[in-house]
Design a binder for this molecule. Structure first.
Ligand code: BDR
Ligand code: CA
Length: 312
């Protein structure tokens, strides 16, 4: 199995993404690093520990990272989307495991330097930790085999402002640094996540498979309500879980190599990803932008893996 690290701000869809990874034999989740984002860092860290414990995997280390964005404080958390505790109002049992004493970037750098195999890093919160890794341990960052980023938008506008997607908007300076790196990167943005809707039948399938599935379904309830108002969908838009699907099964998404820059100005499009779709790029900093998705297949993958995990 390929070594995997998830950098995350759980978060309802983050929780689903972590469970998806745990239910997928292709990857070996070696480390979870947490970041501020949907809610404050102490809460995202505690949520990550609890989600791993829910799946019986409190052996996976959790290291806490950045409590705030690189330059400016994130303008607003997303408690209105994810619930004040970040997990849709569901109270998961506390984990017996303690948080790893190392800062996230140290834990990540040590893992990257020690691994004989290429490590996939999936960053599904604001990209502050990844930017800090690039700045503080560049030789370790250069060893990332594949960086799968959830965030941005090529042609769909934003979800938190008219222009910007939440993860990029939360820390545009970090996003600019990360997208300016030469790490092999896949950008999974709103163009592919918004059309990928998990409907109630899908939820019912893993909810019926066992207690882990039933708990995952309960967590999703809040997100279901949000998706209806925010995206007009009668199902859940599971952004982070789709990014994890691409991390687990490379090639799930149709990608094109593009130049991408981030608006770090203070105007109305702060945090917008500007994807140059005029041409395919061969620049070393170009990223593989996800542009097409077979949403039905991606949702089936997610449901089957969660049902399998819940049935264990
Ligand atoms: C992203 O924003 C967060 O609220 C979600 O967890 C996801 O990572 C989608 O824009
Ligand atoms: Ca997230």
């Amino acid at each position: 199995a390929r070594p995997l690290v998830i950098d995350t701000d759980p978060g309802i869809d983050d929780a689903l993404a972590i469970l998806l990874a745990l239910g997928s034999p292709e990857v070996d989740l070696r480390l979870v690093t947490t970041v501020h984002g949907n809610v404050e860092l102490p809460q995202t860290t505690d949520n990550a520990l609890r989600v791993l414990h829910l799946a019986g995997r409190s052996d996976v280390p959790v290291a806490a990272g950045a409590a705030e964005s690189l330059v400016f404080p994130q303008p607003e958390r997303a408690g209105h989307v994810h619930g004040v505790t970040g997990l849709g109002g569901v109270e998961l049992p506390p984990s017996p495991a303690a948080v790893d004493p190392r800062p996230a970037v140290v834990a990540l750098a040590e893992l990257l330097m020690a691994s004989d195999e290429p490590v996939t890093v999936a960053a599904i919160g604001p990209w502050t930790n990844v930017a800090l890794l690039l700045g503080t341990y560049p030789e370790a960052a250069a060893r990332i085999g594949r960086l799968v980023l959830m965030g941005g938008s090529a042609g769909r506008g934003g979800n938190v402002t008219a222009a910007a997607e939440f993860n990029v908007w939360s820390d545009p300076e970090a996003a600019a640094r990360v997208l300016g790196s030469t790490i092999p990167t896949v950008l999974v943005g709103l163009d592919v996540t918004i059309p990928t809707v998990l409907d109630e039948d899908g939820v019912a399938r893993f909810a019926a498979a066992g207690p882990v599935g039933a708990t995952a379904a309960a967590i999703l309830q809040q997100y279901l309500d949000h998706a209806r108002t925010a995206y007009g969908t009668s199902g859940v838009v599971v952004h982070d879980a789709l990014a994890l699907t691409e991390a687990i099964a490379p090639g799930t998404l149709g990608t094109v190599r593009r130049d991408v820059v981030v608006d770090t100005g203070n105007g109305p499009s702060r945090g917008q990803t500007l994807v140059d779709r005029r041409s395919v790029s061969d620049s070393p900093t170009a990223v593989d932008v996800a542009e097409t998705v077979d949403s039905a297949a991606a949702v089936e993958f997610l449901v089957a893996r969660l049902a399998g995990l819940a049935a264990r």
